[in-house]
Design a protein around this ligand. Structure first.
Ligand SMILES: [Zn+2]
Length: 433
């Protein structure tokens, strides 16, 4: 396919690019980027005036439930949701059934995503066999199959001893340990942030310290072992401060934040007991929420992730205490960032690229995706003015569990290319052959 994308504002700080220009794509590659490109005779032309083009987005924290819980989501459905959200690359957490703890299960996901063609999956391997935390998973085998990050996400690693052995081992590869920080003994049956709201609603509290103790521990273990560490879904002021200090002292520590922790807080949970507000870690205080926004803007937080966690309607339709944690988010992620931080000028487009394209790939040891001639044509076209309402019909994901239903948002992906093939076209997921 030969294609000219005309007149979009193209932004990529990797090559100091921020200007209105045309992009010529041939086959899988970007051939030229220039102020004005005359379309070759056989080329199709897409008018992108008023739009913004960025390198394809990457989300390094999603749950696609495949294998084992395909009634919640499948790899095909997860990849389609990714394309709808403007994402060309995603990293899947290993808490599937069976748990992704061998090279074969890493290969299974990579090959299945290749077959759908709507997004590339970069599987994250488990730290322990079956996430049972008794013995290490087949980390070398998974690395050989392509995994570059290891995590028991869904659970914190409960003993410092096992985490130390895992980090010692992971540090021998070009790979990173990802920590879901949760001390199960301290958190117990907590379902919402411990404080005013847990008291008001009479629900068991999940204290900030239940997260912060493991952040502190794993930063110390990163210092001890030299293993790069990435803190998943940081949700508190103190958590962010610890990551900041670790960075200042030269440790290889990074962290991520979700849109729900950036834009919702515990005060949003009401007597309706809407289980779409039940996530892990829980929504924290308003002060925490505002501090996370600041930390994303100032660079302390490295990347934005969705923690896309599909659950079937019958599972979320339970008492608050009994419903599972988690919400879907890969489709609303970019629109929420645009609506709440970019439209008002708090977050620059360049910082969007940094936190949603460049840093996620760096952390997961993926090849960079760059808007320059000779690079793979993997990019997203965004309409920053497009207004829409989040509805169940608008969501492509099999599961619809999100507190953002009914929200009016401004700005979303309209088109996307993965290695020169459409994955999103005029807002609809492109069907790959
Ligand atoms: Zn997690």
């Amino acid at each position: 396919m030969t294609l000219v994308l005309k007149g979009a504002r193209c932004v990529d700080p990797q090559v100091n690019l921020d200007s209105v220009c045309d992009i010529l794509v041939e086959g899988t590659q970007i051939i030229a980027i220039d102020n004005s490109i005359d379309a070759p005779q056989n080329a199709s032309v897409l008018d992108c005036s008023g739009k913004v083009i960025l390198p394809g987005l990457m989300d390094i924290h999603v749950h696609f439930r495949d294998p084992g819980q395909e009634y919640k989501e499948t790899i095909e459905g997860g990849c389609a949701s990714s394309a709808h959200g403007g994402y060309t690359d995603v990293a899947t957490m290993p808490n599937t059934s069976p748990v992704c703890d061998t090279g074969a299960l890493v290969t299974y996901q990579i090959e299945k995503s290749r077959a759908c063609g709507t997004a590339r999956i970069h599987p994250i391997g488990a730290i322990s066999h079956g996430q049972q935390q008794e013995s290490l998973a087949e980390i070398g085998d998974m690395y050989a199959a392509g995994a570059r990050a290891f995590s028991d996400d869904g659970r914190g690693v409960q003993t410092a001893g096992l985490m130390r052995i895992a980090m010692d081992y992971i540090s021998q590869f070009d790979a990173v340990a990802i920590s879901h920080c949760q001390d199960e003994f301290l958190v117990g049956s907590g379902v919402v942030n411990e404080g005013v709201v847990s008291t008001r609603l009479g629900l068991a509290g999940w204290p900030a310290q239940g997260e912060e103790i493991q952040i502190a521990r794993d930063i110390m273990l990163s210092e001890l072992t030299g293993c790069p560490l990435h803190i998943a879904h940081v949700s508190t002021i103190k958590g962010v401060e610890m990551v900041k200090q670790a960075k200042q002292s030269g440790l290889q520590v990074t962290c991520e934040v979700t849109p729900h922790h950036l834009f919702l807080c515990e005060d949003d949970i009401t007597e309706d007991f809407d289980t779409n507000y039940k996530m892990n870690p829980p929504l924290r205080t308003k002060e925490d929420m505002l501090a996370l926004q600041e930390a994303l803007i100032d660079g302390t937080i490295d990347c934005v992730v969705s923690d896309h966690a599909p659950h079937a309607a019958h599972e979320k339709d339970y008492e608050f205490e009994r419903a599972p944690f988690g919400i879907v988010g890969i489709e609303t992620e970019l629109p929420l960032i645009l609506t709440n931080l970019v439209q008002n000028g708090k977050l620059s487009w360049s910082r969007v690229v940094q936190t949603m394209c460049i840093n996620p790939r760096k952390i997961l040891r993926c090849n960079p995706v760059v808007l320059k001639p000779g690079s793979e044509a993997t990019l997203v076209v965004i309409d920053p003015q497009k207004k829409f309402t989040v509805t169940k019909d608008w969501l492509v994901s099999k599961s619809k569990n999100t507190p953002f239903l009914g929200f009016e948002l401004t700005g979303c992906a309209t088109d996307a290319l993965l290695c020169g093939s459409w994955t999103l076209r005029s807002g609809s997921v492109a069907i790959q052959s």
